[in-house]
Design a protein around this ligand. Structure first.
Ligand code: NAP
Length: 255
């Protein structure tokens, strides 16, 4: 068992994290697990799910690993069913999966790509929560993952940004619908060098330009995002719901 500098806010809790075999989702699962949660990790590929589960177990974390492409109805249902079979309850759901398949301007984006963006970035969260909701009891918590570009979608991330704007709205609407038993909040990451944004961060000049935009002079880490997700999911945030929390090192966002 790895000694941890963290508390145990999730002892006895069960947390589902989607798209959690790599990047931000993996770090969220790791953080919740180190704080005592039984974590249910998932992604599209069995190999990735198995590898990630091995890494988490090596840190003493209790893990259930399930293949779940978030836009596959059967796999979403299986994710919930397997969680309930193994742990009997769900305390936390973190909906983290997203795609950014095109850098085209919105009006030049193919219809199939528009559908995919809506399907993965917005609709699958709704449908997963529809399956999870009957099992979420008083004190449960949902965390969605948006993006800083939601506030002002830039040219190469325009339609992706708009789907993340929808996630901000979804947070408000679901907080109203799922309260008072379930809190719903949203983490709004700035730039975190993962595969997802390699197009931007693998180029030294672009990366330095992005770093300069952050008041803290650096890009985010997956652990930065995990820490804030864990806060929002925990009882430390028990009087917070319907909020979008920007975690961007001070990059320009909104008032
Ligand atoms: P990432 O490092 O590319 O992680 C991708 C993870 O998602 C992998 O585990 C992958 O595993 C899984 N995945 C991909 N498509 C999936 C699907 N359809 N269903 C289930 N799992 C899927 O991405 P990330 O940077 O951590 O991004 C995570 C979230 O943060 C996203 O919502 C993204 O929009 C948001 N975000 C990221 C940044 C950033 O700078 N990185 C900034 C703002 C917001 P498989 O290949 O096995 O499926």
């Amino acid at each position: 068992m790895e000694r941890t500098k963290y508390g145990k806010r999730f002892q006895g809790k069960v947390a589902i994290v989607t798209a959690s075999t790599l990047g931000i989702g993996f770090s969220i699962a790791e953080r919740l697990g180190l704080e005592g949660a039984s974590v249910v990790i998932s992604s599209r590929k069995q190999k990735n799910v198995d590898e990630a589960a091995g890494k988490l177990r090596a840190k003493g974390i209790e893990v259930l690993a399930v293949v779940c492409h978030v836009s596959n109805a059967q796999q979403r249902k299986n994710l919930i069913d397997k969680t309930l079979q193994k742990y009997g309850k769900i305390d936390v759901v973190v909906s983290n999966a997203a795609v950014h398949p095109s850098v085209d301007p919105i009006l030049q984006t193919q219809e199939s790509i528009l559908d995919k963006l809506w399907e993965i970035n917005v609709k699958s969260t709704i449908l997963l929560l529809k399956d999870a909701a009957p099992h979420l009891k008083k004190g449960s918590s949902v965390v969605l993952i948006a993006s800083l570009v939601a506030y002002n979608p830039p040219p190469t991330m325009a339609m992706y940004g708009v789907t993340k704007t929808a996630v901000l709205g979804l947070t408000k609407a679901l907080a109203s619908e799922m309260g008072p038993n379930t809190r719903v909040n949203c983490v709004v990451p700035g730039i975190v060098p993962t595969h997802f944004v390699a197009l931007y961060t693998s180029n030294d000049a672009t990366r330095e330009e992005l770093e300069r935009k952050a008041l803290l002079g650096r890009l985010g880490t997956t652990e930065d995002m995990a820490a804030v997700t864990a806060f929002l999911a925990s009882d430390d945030a028990s009087y917070i719901t319907g909020e979008n929390l920007v975690v961007s090192g001070g990059m320009p966002s909104r008032l």
